[in-house]
Write a protein that binds this ligand. Structure first.
Ligand code: ADP
Ligand code: MG
Length: 268
């Protein structure tokens, strides 16, 4: 396998879209796996109480397991909660358990409630022996305090957009939120990447969405488009990314291509 270039400093990328089912988790897990396969050290932070990213990466996330909840609501260090994914030696996950479902409310009354993830991530990145090249944060489908914590902890936002009707609905709200975060909480945050997912070349609609997104975001939108693929949707039930589940499937190849584009893009 071709080895991908690695960034000189850790890239922290939040995968966000307040719509559910658009491919946030699928994109997080498969990009992370593809980059790890390419030789990078990658941490996935599962910030969705559903814990789908933890499931897909094959890591334990029963209620008893130490998790991202203990990190942001308690003051547990990330080092105590991270688990190595069985997929690749360089792939790690900070899992989400069911406890995270209450975090949105518990956070409200905590000091520095918007900065808790950033503080924990900074402390962890400063102490690890081998630096991470990428940290991906998989967001829940809302713009609440968990997603705000992700925006404050990150430098980059990656928005997956489903090639379907209503794909662009809600996008301006998301962009407004990013601007608010930039102004008040994290001036370094930038929308770096848009990835079109669940593309079906047989529909005119999918092509219209692709054209429209490229027109609005020519610099951010990756050339690679992720096709709709059964193999992609099957992989999580085996606790695997599609990269290891079916490495030569079109879904795997497209996520590897997207990962390569991201790796070759440098960020200022
Ligand atoms: P989100 O995290 O935004 O809620 P998911 O990544 O969980 O979205 O995807 C929603 C559903 O669509 C899941 O069942 C997933 O397996 C499926 N899915 C995601 N991407 C694809 C794809 N490219 N082809 C087919 N199914 C997909
Ligand atoms: Mg998800």
């Amino acid at each position: 396998d071709a080895v991908l270039p690695v960034p000189p400093a850790t890239r922290i990328i939040t995968v966000a879209n307040q719509k559910g089912g658009v491919g946030k988790t699928t994109t997080t897990v498969n990009l992370a796996a593809a980059l790890a396969q390419g030789g990078a050290r990658v941490l996935v932070i599962d910030l969705d109480p559903q814990g789908n990213a933890s499931t897909a990466l094959g890591v334990e996330h029963r209620a008893e397991v130490e998790s991202v909840y203990d990190v942001i609501v308690g003051d547990a260090p990330i080092r105590d909660a991270v688990q190595q994914s069985p997929e690749f030696p360089g792939l790690w996950c900070l899992p989400a358990t069911i406890h995270l479902a209450g975090a949105e409310i518990e956070l409200v009354s905590l000091v520095a409630r918007e900065q808790r993830l950033r503080t924990a991530v900074e402390a962890y990145l400063a102490e690890v022996d081998e630096p991470y090249h990428y940290v991906f944060i998989d967001c829940p489908p809302s713009l609440g305090l968990l997603t705000i914590n992700a925006f404050v902890a990150a430098r980059e936002v990656l928005i997956p957009i489903q090639c379907e009707y209503y794909a662009l609905e809600g996008l301006s709200q998301l962009l407004d939120n990013i601007k608010l975060i930039q102004r008040h909480l994290n001036p370094k945050l930038a929308l770096s990447t848009i990835l079109l997912t669940m593309y079906d070349s047989r529909t005119n609609l999918a092509n219209q969405v692709v054209d429209e997104v490229r027109e609005h975001f020519p610099a951010e939108t990756l050339t690679t488009v992720i096709p709709r693929s059964v193999r992609i949707s099957e992989a999580p039930s085996y606790g695997q990314s599609v990269i290891t589940y079916d490495g030569n499937s079109p879904g795997s190849l497209s996520y590897r291509e997207a990962a390569s584009e991201i790796a070759h893009r440098s960020v200022a």
